[in-house]
Design a protein around this ligand. Structure first.
Ligand code: UDP
Length: 338
């Protein structure tokens, strides 16, 4: 494990005060439900729309009885429902998307549909009522980079269109272009966040995400499956750090019309992550290496490395992840033990 960023000066920011009506698309998802909880804690009224494709009612079980929480089970492609919700909202956090590499590989049509058309609906309707929108993007947009750290202004390095994985990165890139176009041409206030491997309680392993899969396998004594040779690296961020960043960026006027990496600068190779999970769970599981082709089917290309430069978000909102890798893994272990 190693740090992949220099340290910078932290400038605490954030406004606060007025209570708002906030719409979260994908509000019953892993990140959306944590965001809903935090906004409710801050006293806001939260409207969530989720088609429960990857979202789950269990994710909002803790908040469903709050008078200030309203869940609409529907697709964001339903324009009349979205029109009403966006009309009512002061702020819109757009998190609904097809997520998880497995999902993208198995459902390419739905992925492109929801990521492209869904965001188009959100931006067009937000523009109708001039409501501020947070667009949740992804580190995938950088593509297969070998840069030491990824900065917001870096070029993108995407693979062939025959490699299905890149459909996801391309759809999210188009979302960013659309949001910036609305900002520049229509003066719609938007902020874009590129999330780097967000993990934590409630994330399911069903769509291929590595940490919940490793922890579940380790606790069950099943093989911990490392895809490829395990030298590929990732930087994991706890969902609670991520939702804090989303809210601060949304509330910070200097962030408008701009793109921010949201991630941690602690980088780990996947084979080392497997060892760490095995050790922290005191598991007897074997660590098994599986070729990519076997794990994802043909047409897959992995990202060798993915670590954010987080100077920009540090400078604008004083972002500093509170959870290090060990505490992240511990929180996921506790979640699955429960
Ligand atoms: N991975 C793995 N075993 C698993 C699931 C994933 O080795 O059971 C690898 C995967 O190939 C990738 C890394 O872990 O190199 C992170 O995968 P994840 O799907 O969590 O996120 P992403 O690929 O989007 O970074």
């Amino acid at each position: 494990m190693q740090g992949c960023n220099g340290r910078g000066g932290a400038v605490p920011a954030g406004r606060g005060g007025e209570k708002m009506k906030v719409l979260i698309t994908g509000g019953a998802g892993f990140i959306g439900s944590h965001l809903a909880e935090r906004l409710l804690e801050q006293g806001h009224e939260v409207f969530a729309i989720d088609n429960l494709w990857t979202g789950k009612l269990a994710n909002v079980a803790k908040i469903q009885n709050s008078e200030r929480f309203h869940l609409v089970v529907d697709t964001i492609l339903n324009e009349s429902v979205m029109n009403e919700l966006i009309f009512k909202a002061d702020h819109v956090y757009h998190l609904a998307a097809s997520v998880g590499v497995r999902n993208v590989m198995d459902h390419p049509v739905e992925t492109l549909d929801i990521n492209v058309k869904g965001t188009e609906v959100v931006l067009r309707l937000a523009n109708r009522f001039k409501k501020k929108v947070f667009i949740t993007s992804t580190s995938e947009v950088y593509g297969n980079h070998m840069e030491h750290t990824l900065s917001e202004e870096n070029n993108r390095v995407l693979g062939s269109v025959k490699k299905r994985r890149w459909a996801y990165a391309s759809s999210k890139t188009l979302d960013e272009f659309m949001a910036l176009a609305y900002f520049e041409e229509k003066k719609l206030p938007i902020v874009i966040g590129r999330l780097f491997n967000t993990v934590g309680p409630r994330q399911t392993g069903r769509y291929g995400m590595v940490l919940p899969n490793f922890v579940q396998s380790a606790l069950l004594g099943k093989p911990i499956t490392v895809y490829g040779d395990g030298t590929q690296t990732r930087s994991f961020t706890h969902v609670k750090d991520v939702v804090g960043a989303l809210i601060k960026l949304m509330d910070e006027p200097r962030a408008e019309g701009d793109v921010f990496n949201i991630g941690s600068d602690q980088e780990v190779a996947i084979k080392d992550l497997a060892l760490k999970v095995k050790e922290m769970t005191q598991s007897t599981s074997e660590i098994e290496y599986i070729p990519y082709e076997k794990a994802y089917g043909p047409g897959f290309e992995d990202m060798k490395r993915r670590c954010p430069n987080i100077e920009k978000i540090r400078n604008v909102i004083g972002f500093e992840p509170a959870y290090d890798l060990d505490s992240i893994i511990q929180s996921v272990i506790e979640y699955f033990k429960e």
